[in-house]
Design a protein around this ligand. Structure first.
Ligand code: BGC
Length: 268
């Protein structure tokens, strides 16, 4: 018998039409959750994700919304709550990069990354906490009134030249997550982050698609392999389940040791 620790729980994963978000949505579905598969523009990407969740016996529904747009976020939650009645798990995954040398970075590049990666988490988490507080703990569902997971990055601690907007957004996610966790813990809402390293997805394709790029990237990963979306999916399932009930306000780095200063491995 497959163990489904999230049986009967209702999840929303933002940015779930590709990459880490798709992997997380499928993993939650396989763990028994019903999943809203949010996407911004790539509806085709949601099709295999929904098929995989349904094959695991869960319900799935694709909802379009730009997470940086307040009205679209509210409409997405209205639809989810209207149809499914509640939200138990929010995975704030939607994120993007718009890389540029700092002196050439446009305000549009700065704003886009901050709006999606950070403001999107604010808008989605605000509505989710309202719903979770309203309903409170349902002991037959979970020990917590709700679980919020923020997709951060190793770049919430590792500075990243050429990516100042992205690193600033992830540094922001760190204290967003911790401050929110502190604020809503009394209401039994758990808030944590996952800090992925290099996971093979479209966002970083140039970093792993050629043998030369891959060899260079592997120098930064002591564990010796690039991550896969399911590596993150497994952490998301654990952070969503009561197995992690006493974990609150933490970032779990899932990065093969990228945060371990690998350049010092030979003595520095
Ligand atoms: C970035 C990837 C990068 C990884 C490790 C992630 O947050 O989105 O592009 O490969 O960090 O540097």
């Amino acid at each position: 018998m497959t163990i489904q620790p999230l049986k009967g729980q209702k999840a929303l994963v933002t940015g779930a039409s590709s990459g880490i978000g798709a992997g997380v949505a499928i993993a939650l579905g396989q763990a028994g959750a019903d999943v809203v598969v949010n996407y911004a523009g790539n509806v085709a990407g949601t099709v295999p994700v929904i098929a995989a969740i349904e094959a695991a016996g869960g319900r799935a529904m694709a909802i379009q919304a730009d997470v940086s747009d307040e009205q679209q976020v509210e409409a997405m939650f209205d639809r989810m709550i209207g149809q499914w009645g509640a939200i138990d798990i929010l995975v704030n995954n939607a994120g993007l990069q718009q890389d540029a040398a700092f002196h050439d970075m446009t305000l549009a590049q700065w704003n886009k990354v901050i709006n999606v990666n950070l403001t999107g988490m604010f808008l989605c988490s605000r509505r989710a906490t309202r719903e979770m507080m309203k309903r409170g703990v349902q002991p037959e569902v979970s020990s917590a009134a709700g679980k919020i997971i923020c997709m951060s990055s190793v770049h919430e601690v590792i500075p990243w030249a050429g990516h100042v907007n992205y690193a600033a957004s992830k540094g922001g996610v760190k204290l967003f997550m911790q401050s929110l966790a502190q604020e809503v813990a009394p209401q039994k809402i758990r808030v944590n982050s996952i800090g992925p390293g290099a996971i093979a997805t479209p966002i970083n394709r140039p970093a792993w698609e050629t043998p030369e790029a891959l060899a260079k990237l592997l120098e930064l990963i002591p564990y010796g392999r690039v991550g896969q979306p399911d590596d993150i999916g497994k952490v998301a399932v654990w952070l969503s389940s009561d197995a992690s009930d006493y974990i609150n306000g933490q970032t779990i780095f899932a990065c093969g040791g990228m945060t371990l200063y690998p350049e010092f491995a030979d003595g520095g």
